[in-house]
Design a binder for this molecule. Structure first.
Ligand SMILES: [Mg+2]
Ligand SMILES: [Zn+2]
Length: 276
């Protein structure tokens, strides 16, 4: 079940962006946290899919059929490129897109969960975001809500505006996992991150947590161990895949599973675990 990257050198391309000044705040976060917690973004942190919501910037707030008809299964990233090119041609600007992202609603209880993480003692949580959305959408929302500094790292598809004002996406990396879309396997990201940080710290984390909702959050959760906790959004694909795996292949999925409806459900479980 373990995935590997076919191009490990590409996992963290150097991406100079103006956000690096803000990100540098977290560069000297204490490297000695007890717990590591990963978050997905779409339908986990925000209660929408950012790629779907960007369509609101289009004239009439819909995409023409000829464009929608170009979608091919397994080629989602390329399709999004065409959508973003169309928006630019229609005169949609960076600030139009940013203001749509800034208005995405947080998932119920998620801001309470962030507040909990923020107010824990500094040695408790290292917080990492891993998303198949793009850096521009995610950072727009995080800055607006003041949550950017909570995150030690953000792994997402790099996105920058070119000179024609079009948002251009790049695939995050390449990998050989058959379960995941060709631009991103979150298990490769999670395993490499945990391995590298464990080596830097010289000791393992007490526990690793993963909060997600989608089918592509199942793959990274498979790499968690029996002391770790997977938090799948209740009745979403990640939850369904965990349940199916428990039935079909008992023992394959090792992490403790705590389904959530609200971020407050996650807080409740974390409160118990940090008190141990
Ligand atoms: Mg998601
Ligand atoms: Zn995978």
């Amino acid at each position: 079940y373990l995935c590997s990257s076919s191009a490990p050198g590409e996992e963290e391309p150097h991406r100079p962006r103006r956000s690096e000044n803000m990100a540098s705040h977290s560069a000297h976060i204490s490297s000695d946290k007890r717990f590591l917690i990963f978050f997905d973004f779409d339908e986990t942190i925000v209660d929408e899919t950012s790629d779907d919501m960007v369509v609101q910037a289009a004239p009439g707030q819909y995409l023409p059929d000829w464009l929608k008809d170009t979608y091919q299964s397994g080629r989602y990233n390329e399709y999004m490129q065409r959508v973003l090119a169309y928006l630019a041609e229609q005169g949609v600007t960076e600030s139009d897109i940013r203001s749509i992202m800034e208005k995405l609603p947080a998932t119920p209880g998620m801001l309470t969960l962030f507040q909990f993480l923020r107010t824990r003692p500094p040695q408790d949580f290292e917080v990492v975001l891993v998303s198949d959305a793009n850096t521009f959408f995610i950072e727009s929302w995080l800055r607006r809500t003041g949550a950017r500094q909570l995150f030690h790292r953000i792994f997402a598809n790099p996105a920058t505006f070119n000179k024609d004002g079009r948002l251009v996406l790049r695939p995050f990396h390449s990998h050989d996992c058959p379960r995941c879309p060709n631009n991103m396997c979150k298990q490769v990201i999670v395993r490499d991150y945990v391995a590298r940080r464990t080596q830097e710290r010289g000791r393992p984390y007490q526990r690793v947590f993963y909060v997600g909702d989608g089918a592509n959050d199942f793959c990274p959760a498979l790499s968690l161990g029996p002391r770790d906790v997977a938090f799948p959004r209740r009745d979403f694909p990640m939850h369904r895949l965990i349940t199916e795996t428990h039935e079909a292949m008992p023992g394959e999925f090792k992490a403790v599973t705590v389904p959530w409806v609200s971020g407050e459900d996650v807080v409740q479980r974390l409160r118990k675990l940090v008190a141990e």
